[in-house]
Design a protein. Structure first.
Length: 121
């Protein structure tokens, strides 16, 4: 199931950040990765975009944004119609979770790195 295309929302080029580790981990495991962050850059060959990019066939959106920064992306996330959205620690958002459920998108409070490490991704 390596064809699960993943969008990292809140991507960072800082090596200590979980989003940076997630991009590296996903790429090393053969997943197709897109990334949007505050600052442009590149991680593991994945270009970090600073603006919303057109999305097709997204399986998972992995969030690394605090709730207050997610509101700008609500429509974008719903329109991308991913199978699931992972709320990584610190990104939990009941308002967005409810919106996702209303649109038949699975909202999952989890850690992408843990899911990958335990083969549950």
């Amino acid at each position: 199931m390596k064809n699960k295309k993943t969008l990292i929302l809140g991507a960072s080029t800082k090596a200590e950040r979980a989003s940076y580790k997630a991009i590296n981990n996903l790429v090393s495991r053969g997943y197709s990765v897109l990334a949007i962050g505050q600052n442009a850059g590149e991680v593991a060959g994945v270009k970090i975009q600073t603006k919303a990019i057109p999305l097709k066939n997204i399986d998972t959106i992995s969030l690394y944004l605090k709730a207050s920064r997610q509101r700008d992306y609500y429509n974008y996330i719903v329109e991308a119609s991913p199978k699931r959205v992972i709320f990584n620690p610190g990104s939990e958002n009941p308002e967005l979770s409810q919106l996702l459920e209303l649109n038949n998108i699975k909202a999952e409070s989890a850690c992408t790195l843990v899911l990958l490490a335990t083969d549950q991704y």
